[in-house]
Each structure stands twice: as structure tokens, then as C-alpha cells.
Design a binder for this molecule. Structure first.
Ligand SMILES: [Zn+2]
Length: 288
């Protein structure tokens, strides 16, 4: 039997799957592509942004709460399979939690690669995606996702590496998620012009830390029709997402290019690509 088209996206924490790729998951799930989300950690170090539930008891059981939030969000997006890499959240860069022996930041890179290789060989995705080298915004777990995914892309294809992890599988296309800088700036400025709160209000906010130069983008997935689903999925991550934060408060007309389009950079392809002008609009181009 031929291998079904399969998309695997590697994320660091519950809620990341919605923010960078929720529309892409929903779009391909609807098309009948097998969708697989790999979540590296349970987000144990996350803040609880809703004051009424920000209690010591909830912090104590945050992993359990976030596991349930993730389950609901993946149901909404139609994600077929969700797997954990089994690490602990490292917390933001510089925190004491970065030194926790079970955290992803402290993980043996070889062991982390093997865990992901095992999943790649089991699901046999043609398309594999994670963050950029900066982890999107510098979080140690996001950077670890990038490194692990790059390494696993090579290792999964090589029968000599991790023979215990299953028969070799060469993923056809490897991508990173990116947020284009100029389009992000335009979205924030349009919100500011309407008197709304935006990250630009924060004097410490550096847009370079959260975005990539627009010209690195190779691929744009139009997910405008899934914006309501993305919002609904984000709302399930109740402990994490402020309802007045940019993801939920951005008006639809502004959000169209920011929240209604998802952006990727093709890093490697093992298949010849069809000729194109402008952006690639299908992650499976060359594979159908
Ligand atoms: Zn994250």
C-alpha cells in the first residue's frame, strides 16, 4: 500500500501548535492528509495568564492541565495524532529551570534525536517542519526543537543510524516556520492606528527577535478560512493565552496576513520541485 501523505510538525509546548501552524494543520487535515503533531514538553514552566486560576495548586498540576488543553485544541484543529517527546519544559532563557536534569535544554542531543527518529520512521511523513535556528523567539526548548529536527531529518534516512528505531525513512521536504518581519510590523502598526494594544507598546520589544526577514519565506499557506478554528483552539489553551493578547484581539482584516496566513521556509527537498512563480502554496508540491 502506498504511504499516505503525512505532515509532521515538531513543537516545543502545548499552544505552539496553534500559533505557528494551527491553520496548516486544519487545512491539511481537511484535505485528508495524515497530520501528526509532536510536542516536546508539557509546558510545566508556563505562566498562568488568567488571574483567577493562577494558583499554586494549578502550577503544581500545570502539566496535567496543559495536556488536557492540548487534547481539546488538537481535536478542534483535526490533528489526527499527537505524540510527546517526553521532556520537561526548560522555561525561558536564563531561568533556573534551564538546569533541571529532565528539561529539554539539558537533554542528550543523541537521545532526543533518537526519540524523534523513532516517530519519523513510524509515521513516515513526507513533510517535516519545526522552528528556525533562533527557535522563533529564542526560547531554549524551541531552539532544541530546531536542532533535534534538523538532526533527525538526516538520521531517519540513514539505516546505519538508530537501527533499533525502525526501518529508515527519508522525509522528502524539511521546512522551518517563520513570521515575516515587515508583515508583522504592518499588522502591529495597523492595530496601533486603531488605538489597540500591540507588542510595539513595550519599549523592550524587539521585532527582530520574533520575526525573520521577509525574503527568507518560500512558502505561504492561506488559512484565512480556518481563522475561527485557530481562535477556538487557542481559547482551549486557557491558562496560556490572554484574551486581550494579540492573537485573539487582532481584527480579522488586519489578521488576514498575520494570523490567516502561515509562513514557512523550505530548507531541503529530496524531490524535484515543480516550477513556480512567487511563493510555494502547498507543502506537498512535488509529492502529489
Ligand atoms: Zn513554546
Amino acid at each position: 500500500m502506498e504511504n499516505p501523505l503525512t505532515l509532521m510538525i515538531v513543537h516545543a509546548h502545548p499552544d505552539d501548535e496553534v500559533i505557528g501552524s494551527g491553520g496548516t494543520f486544519a487545512h491539511y487535515a481537511k484535505e485528508g492528509v495524515q497530520t501528526v503533531l509532536v510536542t516536546a514538553t508539557l509546558g510545566e514552566e508556563g505562566e498562568i495568564v488568567v488571574k483567577e486560576i493562577d494558583t499554586p495548586e494549578n502550577h503544581e498540576r500545570l502539566a496535567e492541565i496543559r495536556r488536557e488543553e492540548l487534547r481539546r485544541a488538537t481535536d478542534i484543529l483535526g490533528i489526527a495524532r499527537q505524540e510527546f517527546l517526553g521532556y520537561r519544559d526548560s522555561g525561558m532563557d536564563g531561568r533556573e529551570s534551564n538546569a533541571h536534569p529532565e528539561c529539554f535544554h539539558q537533554a542528550d542531543p543523541d537521545e532526543a534525536t533518537e526519540r524523534l527518529v523513532k516517530l519519523i520512521r513510524a509515521y513516515r511523513p513526507q513533510v517535516l517542519i519545526s522552528y528556525n535556528a533562533h527557535g522563533g523567539y529564542g526560547h531554549p526548548d524551541h531552539i532544541a526543537c530546531y536542532k533535534t529536527t534538523q538532526e533527525a531529518f538526516e538520521a531517519a534516512a540513514d539505516p546505519a543510524r538508530y537501527p533499533e528505531a525502525g526501518p529508515a525513512w527519508a522525509v522528502a521536504k524539511l521546512y522551518e516556520m517563520n513570521r515575516p518581519r515587515e508583515r508583522s510590523r504592518q499588522a502591529w502598526e495597523a492595530m496601533r492606528a486603531r488605538g489597540m494594544k500591540t507588542p510595539l507598546d513595550n519599549p523592550d520589544y524587539k521585532i527582530e527577535n520574533y520575526t525573520a526577514p521577509d525574503d527568507v519565506i518560500t512558502t505561504e499557506i492561506d488559512v484565512a478560512e480556518y481563522m475561527p478554528l485557530k481562535r477556538a483552539a487557542l481559547l482551549e489553551h486557557r491558562t496560556q493565552i490572554a484574551t486581550d493578547g494579540p492573537f485573539l484581539s487582532m481584527p480579522d482584516d488586519i489578521g488576514r496576513t498575520w494570523f490567516g496566513t502561515e509562513y514557512f521556509t523550505l530548507l531541503q527537498s529530496r524531490v524535484p520541485l515543480p516550477p513556480r512563480e512567487g511563493y510555494e502554496s502547498d507543502l506537498f508540491a512535488g509529492l502529489r
